[in-house]
Design a protein around this ligand. Structure first.
Ligand code: GTP
Ligand code: MG
Length: 545
């Protein structure tokens, strides 16, 4: 049995494989600090494709001759690749100058010095033994059926939820890879727009990202914007910034159109480029093969960035927040309530907001309302975007910790109970006020956009999808209430969260029971050992930070 570590933030850190949301001294970093640090890190980073029989010592030796290596890791993605972070940006130029360029006789190349390299030296047979075994950092989470087996070995639902979080959350390595993908796209965008940057938003940065989720990125011209303001003081206007278009939307479409073509024609490893310019939020979708990510590129979207920061704050405030969100998202996916394709179902974003609203409604509340966060904002936190006041506090120290001590066991059951009985016909969810308010219009599910108050973020959800959500929530609340954990554990039946992650009504419980019976004591012992090892190494990492 895996013993519970309690619900405190320290326990959460110890449980986590990594602690991606690091602290400065004793305080957690602000969203802006994390972004700046990660983007800088990515600019000093290269990606290297390696042969299958890799001499890693030699690789690192070669690279070290171009400068100090700050960090590196290996991962599997259509072969083995290495992400290497140098201490100085100049090391990349040194490396680029030293490498050969493919000859034009084989492929007709478009000259562009990228940060993607191939290492060609293989491990000579005699050196096989000397080289340390290659550790490959996992970039995807374990399948649900393996997760369920792990969950059955825990001793409480809280522990199960932290195990799920541990298995699914982004690792330090995966976050580095996400920022690198943005940074590589930025190299291309700069061919057209020299002062632009490409920044991630959404679940890659809001603390709710899952291994395997897409990378949402946007092209940002904010530095150009500042420059333009300065320019107004002088007598000159720069022509290249002044091409006037009748609407912002048209400008966005034109920009994305050329960037999309550029990525399609010249972007190394950018495949399946799709321009979706007529969507409400125009974007370019593509697969970035070197990092293995599915990417969505849009143009500077300040409101989406504010949403990402708001969720980052909520995710950092209390360890229960992320555990509950990951659990609910995984539960929703298993039961077909969410889907990666757009449609009439609830999105992960809406689902996350529903969890936040539920946590605001606890007594005492676990997280503050947006109005309360706005009251704590100071001058530098002021953000007015398109006439909407999007200000809220950025310094996490200013937010008082909650006095609520409910366990995740209780919270999960109560979440299903709350939404299983919510009066969706009459009420909407308002996270700014932390209150249920009368629906302003007849959409089946109405969740106020926290920043653009006249918009409903779940407008896409239709009545049958909402009803399915309610039915699943009721069924889940009922399963948690009626279950006899001890008996189920004795019978080796999935219990607690494990029972909720098996599709209902398919009599899978007996299938699962057989599966659990099929696990020999040897397998259970090795599973337990690997979990203990994971915990021990994560404790070391947490202490070492
Ligand atoms: P996953 O990708 O599913 O892990 O979650 P995500 O939060 O990244 O969702 P998604 O990729 O669908 O969207 C990226 C970001 O766009 C979200 O985090 C939001 O900031 C924003 N977004 C997505 N859907 C909506 C919406 O319906 N309304 C608003 N206002 N913003 C949205
Ligand atoms: Mg996303």
């Amino acid at each position: 049995m895996i013993s519970g570590l309690g619900d405190g933030p320290l326990a959460c850190m110890q449980r986590g494989k990594q602690v991606p949301y690091a602290e400065v001294g004793t305080r957690k970093k602000t969203f802006a600090e994390v972004q700046t640090e990660r983007l800088n890190q990515a600019e000093r980073t290269v990606l290297i494709k390696c042969p299958s029989k890799l001499n890693q010592k030699k690789l690192l030796q070669y690279l070290a001759s171009h400068g100090n290596i700050k960090s590196h890791f290996f991962f599997e993605n259509r072969g083995i690749s290495a992400l290497v972070e140098f201490s100085e940006k100049s090391s990349i130029a040194s490396l680029q100058d030293a490498v050969g360029i493919p000859s034009a006789s084989e492929h007709h190349v478009v000259p562009f010095k990228s940060r993607l390299f191939t290492f060609t030296l293989k491990n000579p047979v005699s050196q096989h033994v000397e080289d340390t075994p290659l550790h490959l950092s996992p970039q995807c989470h374990i399948p649900v059926k393996d997760l369920i087996e792990k969950l059955c070995l825990a001793d409480s639902i809280s522990t199960q939820m932290y195990i799920l979080l541990n298995e699914y959350q982004l690792t330090e390595e995966n976050i580095k890879l996400r920022f690198l993908a943005c940074s590589l796209v930025r190299d291309f965008a700069r061919a057209y727009f020299p002062d632009s940057t490409v920044k991630p938003f959404g679940s890659s940065v809001n603390t709710f990202g899952k291994l395997g989720s897409d990378v949402d990125m946007f092209l940002d011209f904010c530095d150009t914007g500042k420059h333009a303001t300065k320019m107004k003081k002088g007598p000159f206007e720069m022509e290249y910034q002044m091409k006037r278009l009748p609407s912002e939307r048209l400008a966005t479409q034109r920009i994305l159109s050329v960037i999309g073509d550029c990525l399609d024609n010249f972007g190394p490893g950018c495949v399946n480029v799709q321009k979706i310019l007529n969507a409400r939020c125009p974007l370019v979708k593509f697969s970035h093969q070197p990092t293995g990510f599915q990417c969505d590129l849009s143009v500077s979207n300040s409101i989406a960035t504010r949403s990402s920061e708001l969720l980052y704050i909520y995710g950092c405030l209390d360890s229960r927040v992320r555990a509950l969100v990951f659990t609910v998202r995984c539960w929703a996916r298993v039961h077909g309530l969410t889907n990666s394709a757009p449609g009439t179902w609830i999105t992960n974003f809406s689902l996350t907001m529903m969890v936040m609203f539920f946590l605001q409604r606890r007594s005492p509340p676990i997280i503050p309302t947006l109005d309360q966060l706005k009251e704590l904002a100071d001058e530098k936190d002021k953000h007015i975007i398109g006439g909407y006041d999007c200000s809220f506090v950025s310094d996490l120290r200013k937010i008082k910790p909650t006095k609520n001590t409910e366990t995740l066991d209780v919270l999960l059951g109560e979440f299903f109970e709350y939404f299983g009985n919510f009066d969706f016909r009459k009420n909407s969810l308002n996270l700014r006020k932390g209150k249920e308010v009368n629906k302003p219009e007849s959409s089946p599910l109405y969740i106020w956009n926290p920043f653009e108050q006249d918009l409903n973020i779940s407008k896409n959800v239709n009545q049958p999808q909402l009803e399915k959500f309610i039915a699943m929530a009721r069924e889940s609340a009922w399963i948690l209430q009626k279950e006899d954990k001890t008996q189920q554990m004795i019978n080796k039946e999935p219990w607690g969260l494990a029972a909720l992650l098996i599709p209902f009504g398919k009599n899978n419980s007996s299938k699962m029971k057989n599966r659990m019976k099929g696990i020999g004591s040897e397998t259970i012992r090795s599973l337990l050992d690997s979990l203990k090892l994971n915990n021990a190494s994560s404790q070391q990492k947490a202490v070492g930070k």
